[in-house]
Design a protein around this ligand. Structure first.
Ligand code: ADP
Length: 474
């Protein structure tokens, strides 16, 4: 209760703080204060009617109140806005399961598992008799290689040297919802302080992303490039998205975050046009950081893409990157779990030619993440060191799962006993020991890809990490 009270007090100071309202809603939900949770989520929706997390929050409240059809309507609304929202699919899976529609429950469960490589939900898995790992195996296999690809790719490559505005239209003043200026308070919800560990990586990001925008003249004086493309890659759940959000909170300039769902349009040519608009907006608002999370959805290897629409999108993307002239002060950051599935043309000089590997957190980083996760939770006798030892190879998302699961178990014990039950250290250790690190399969996959790959910065970094003595100790 004390953490709830602390958030309530903070909300009195800033009643319209969306991040805090969401935090409060989730905390109330965890403690089954459904009316308060709903009030918090609905307050967010008054401030921002399209806020996905708030809609999901209301959907969860409705589900817990037994209004499954109300929950389904909300979750489906989220999917209309964001078809790849794993949490909405997971909730729909629970809804259908509660209505005994196992086929549709499984369909949504599989979709959630395929979208979110770190997703695991032991309770649902038990009820469905199916693990998230099984569900991922049913993921549609990549399309067969298209023999017509090479000519198309080469033709696109041949035009790389100069850039023309393919749409030949006046500059846009188009503001996607995800465009933030330095004055927007919304974007400052996350900063480097919320990202556990990764101190070297933070400094690398400062050097490559933040300082060039802060001190362009210094960079020029030292002959260092500003602008261009940086790729952040590594196993899922290790904080890439979190880091991107933190970059938004740290950079003193405009920030634009782009997802496939924002630009994809079924009408022929419209997707490319939308992508072009995004780049135009960034150029017109320089200095600007342009972020593409899940870069692989937009930058797929054209050899594996049969639909001409997606292939055109990749060509357009390459074209736009080439249109960013040196020192134009537009920095493009892409993040991916699957660097090997990107079209190799994206790695050429001037495109995403700088890469940052985000490995699973080492001991020190796990200690920091554990401390962050334990904050404001009713945990008795937390022993960070013991938990660090029990979580070798865990990603940040795995650690979060351990805390969430332990909270769920303590909550259920509290409901059954009618008394508050703290999250004990023993419970945390038991949950941690029952969980296999989700990064393992990523490294297995990488080994396979590395065998067939040409010598490349990606795999060298990963190999270096795997061979480092500290990795062997982990
Ligand atoms: P990725 O983008 O690499 O797949 P995410 O950034 O989505 O991973 O991480 C999933 C969740 O795991 C985050 O929202 C956060 O709760 C937790 N997490 C991961 N890494 C960290 C970290 N370094 N510090 C704090 N939390 C983390």
């Amino acid at each position: 209760m004390s953490s709830l009270q602390a958030i309530r007090d903070a909300l009195k100071q800033s009643p319209d703080n969306v991040s805090m309202l969401l935090l409060y809603g989730r905390a109330c939900l965890e403690q089954l204060h459904l009316d308060e949770a709903r009030e918090a989520f609905e307050r967010v929706l008054v401030l921002d009617p399209n806020h996905i997390d708030a809609h999901l929050g209301v959907a969860r409240v409705l589900f817990m109140e037994g209004d499954t059809s109300g929950a389904a309507v909300r979750a489906e609304r989220v999917l209309l806005q964001e078809p790849e929202n794993a949490q909405a699919h997971l909730l729909l899976s629970r809804v259908f399961l509660s209505e005994d529609d196992r086929a549709r429950a499984t369909e949504h469960f599989d979709r959630a598992a395929q979208i979110d490589g770190t997703m695991s939900d032991p309770a649902l898995e038990r009820e469905l008799g199916r693990t998230a790992r099984d569900a991922r195996k049913t993921s549609p296999s990549p399309q067969a290689a298209d023999p017509g690809f090479n000519e198309a790719a080469e033709a696109a490559e041949a035009g790389d040297e100069f850039y023309e505005d393919p749409f030949d239209e006046p500059p846009y003043d188009w503001r996607p919802e995800t465009f933030f200026t330095p004055g927007d308070t919304q974007r400052f919800g996350t900063t480097f302080a919320d990202v556990g560990g990764m101190d070297e990586l933070k400094e690398e990001i400062r050097l490559k992303i933040i300082y060039p925008l802060q001190f362009p003249d210094l960079y020029k004086a030292y002959g260092r490039r500003t602008g261009g493309g940086i790729l952040i890659y590594g196993p899922p759940g290790c904080g890439k998205t979190l880091m991107l959000r933190a970059v938004a909170g740290e950079v003193p300039c405009n920030f634009l975050s782009v997802g496939l769902h924002e630009i994809f349009d079924p009408y022929f040519g419209s997707t490319e046009r939308n992508l072009h608009q995004i780049f135009e907006t960034a150029r017109a608002n320089a200095p600007c950081v342009l972020v593409f999370d899940d870069l692989d959805s937009l930058a797929q290897d054209r050899r594996n893409v049969r639909e001409s629409q997606l292939r055109n999108l990749v060509n357009q993307f390459l074209h736009e990157l080439d249109g960013l002239r040196e020192n134009q002060r537009v920095l493009v950051i892409g993040a991916t779990n699957q660097p090997w599935s990107l079209d190799p043309a994206f790695r050429r000089p001037g495109r995403f030619d700088q890469a940052i590997f985000v490995p699973p957190p080492d001991n020190g980083a796990r200690a920091q993440i554990i401390t962050l996760l334990a904050k404001d939770k009713p945990i008795s006798n937390l022993d960070v060191e013991a938990l660090v030892e029990a979580t070798l190879g865990f990603s940040g998302a795995d650690l979060k799962w351990v805390f969430d699961r332990a909270a769920e178990l303590a909550l259920s014990a509290a409901i059954h006993s009618g008394q508050p039950v703290p999250i004990t250290m023993e419970l945390l250790l038991t949950v941690a020991r029952s969980h296999a690190p989700s990064t393992q399969s990523w490294f297995e996959g990488v080994r396979d890809h590395a065998k067939h790959a040409a010598p490349d910065g990606f795999f060298n970094e990963v190999r270096k990490f795997l061979n480092a003595p500290s990795t062997k100790e982990r």
